[in-house]
Design a protein around this ligand. Structure first.
Ligand code: 6PG
Length: 474
């Protein structure tokens, strides 16, 4: 056995991770179900001068034997059943003390289950979230590790070496036991959905409300990328908007069908938030917006009846749009962080929000200047509510007015702002000392005697309500 580590699953992400590992000086054994992929990978490795550190092995048992013990085996296959199947095949080939490192976009409860299953067998299990797409996997992703601490110790040098670097710090950390790493990756993706949707809503205002063409919008996003919104997603938005279709010479973005795909992590974050009783309206809104986007035929039919949103134009200052996006972002991250804080409490993970913000500063899809500010704000601060952290209080005070103007003008222009408007309502609801649930409690007591509380009088009180059965039947 000569390899430092093994990797099964040479899809785009797996192959790039393997090249990254070899480039950092580790010898990596590779295996894939179809051996053609192994050949392709070796050709790639050869082109990059990394083949000397790659050990191709088409037979799974031989592959396992080629890794030095205690073994670390990365699996990078499609989330769901393929992961379980791969574990079933690997377990009989592994020895006590070996570890499986699963790096796909797995559902955290699956990871938790696999972790529990392998514990009594003596095989370690790390569920690892890897963000940054193919480029990230090749040159430095953000790596969110969950699972047993001992296995983390073994895998730590490799994982830290291949992760993105932010000013000398590796964007890889062990976050907690069991499914902690995959949970954090899922919420990362939920936040990613929110960021993307809010950017798309602002683009909608530019296109349909302000009548800007794609090139003009691209210029604005490029400028914003130099300011507080500086981030990977704003940067690529500029590039996407300025791309021109080779065939027609038109902006490519105008030709792309307006139906967004989704592979599940956004929905999982929304479900997790709801199950934990934590409102995450921006993430939920972003998922809903993708679902609405997929109903193209219904949208066409309804537009024919109700008219085209934005047809009358809209007035908005570009500066307001920038600040609105920033305010929406603060709310969306506030929600994502509180989902993680609650999940951590419930699962005993001990998640450190400052560590999470730090490893998101580079490598991942949501990397941004904003996350740098967040990491600093949470440093040595035990609070989990971003909206109450002083630096962000100042920012929110400056930006919620612009968000309000944009949402109000957008509503009057009939433009859909699912994420931005729900972020604004969340903010307003969350800072209203006396809300309106007193009325809900009255209604609940009226129809179901559910009881209500009056300060100073007690908690299971009831009203004397008039009977309504007969009236309703009339
Ligand atoms: C990342 C991305 C990555 C992937 C998502 C996209 O962090 O690198 O989030 O994991 O692009 O699966 O998800 P959708 O296909 O659901 O948009």
């Amino acid at each position: 056995s000569e390899a430092d580590i093994g990797l099964v699953g040479l899809g785009v992400m797996g192959a790039n991770l393997a090249l990254n590992i070899a480039e950092k000086g580790y010898t990596i054994a590779v295996n894939n179900r179809s051996s053609a992929r192994i050949d392709d990978f070796m050709a790639m490795a050869r082109r990059e001068g990394l083949d000397a550190r790659a050990l191709p092995e088409a037979d799974l048992a031989a592959f396992v034997r080629s890794v030095r013990t205690p073994r670390s085996i990365i699996i990078m296959v499609k989330a769901g059943k393929p992961v379980d199947d791969m574990i079933d095949q690997l377990v009989p080939l592994l020895d006590k003390g070996d570890a499986i490192i699963e790096c796909g976009n797995s559902l955290f409860s699956d990871t938790q289950r696999r972790f529990e299953r392998l514990k009594p067998v003596g095989i370690g299990y790390l569920g690892v979230g890897v963000s940054g797409g193919a480029e990230g996997a090749r040159h430095g992703p953000s790596i969110m590790v969950g699972g047993s601490r001992e296995e983390w110790r073994n895998a730590e040098p490799v994982l830290k070496a291949i992760a993105a670097d932010f000013e000398g710090e590796s964007c890889c950390a062990w976050l907690g036991e069991g499914g902690a790493g995959h949970f954090v990756k899922t919420i990362h993706n939920g936040i990613e959905y929110g960021d993307m949707q809010m950017i798309a809503e602002i683009y909608g205002i530019m296109r349909d409300g302000l009548g800007m063409d794609a090139a003009e919008a691209a210029c604005v996003f490029k400028r914003w990328n130099e300011g507080p919104l500086n981030s990977y997603l704003i940067e690529i938005t500029g590039h996407v908007l300025e791309a021109v279709d080779g065939e027609t010479g038109r902006p490519l973005v105008e030709l792309i069908l307006d139906k967004a795909g989704q592979k599940g992590t956004g929905v999982w974050s929304a479900i997790a938030a709801q199950e934990l009783g934590v409102p995450a309206t921006a993430i939920e809104g972003a998922v809903a917006a993708r679902s609405i986007s997929s109903r193209k035929d219904e949208r066409i039919a309804a537009e024919a009846i109700y008219g085209r949103p934005g047809a009358g134009g809209m007035a908005a200052a570009i500066d307001d749009l920038e600040k609105a996006l920033l305010a929406g972002k603060i709310v969306s991250y506030t929600q994502g962080l509180s989902v993680m804080a609650r999940a951590s409490e419930q699962n005993g993970w001990g998640l450190q929000l400052s560590t999470i913000a730090k490893i998101w500063r580079a490598g991942c899809i949501i990397r941004s200047r904003f996350l740098g500010q967040m990491a600093t704000a949470f440093e040595g601060d035990a609070s989990t509510n971003l909206l109450m952290v002083p630096d962000f209080v100042a920012l929110m005070k400056e930006c919620h007015g612009p968000l309000r103007r944009v949402v109000a003008a957008g509503a009057m222009a009939e433009l859909p702002l699912i994420c931005l408007s729900s972020a604004l309502s969340y903010f307003d609801a969350s800072r209203q000392a006396r809300g309106t649930a007193n009325l809900i409690q009255g209604q609940r007591d009226f129809f179901g005697a559910h009881g209500f509380e009056i300060e100073g009088r007690g908690s299971d009180l009831h009203g004397v309500w008039p009977a309504t059965i007969d009236k309703a039947a009339e």
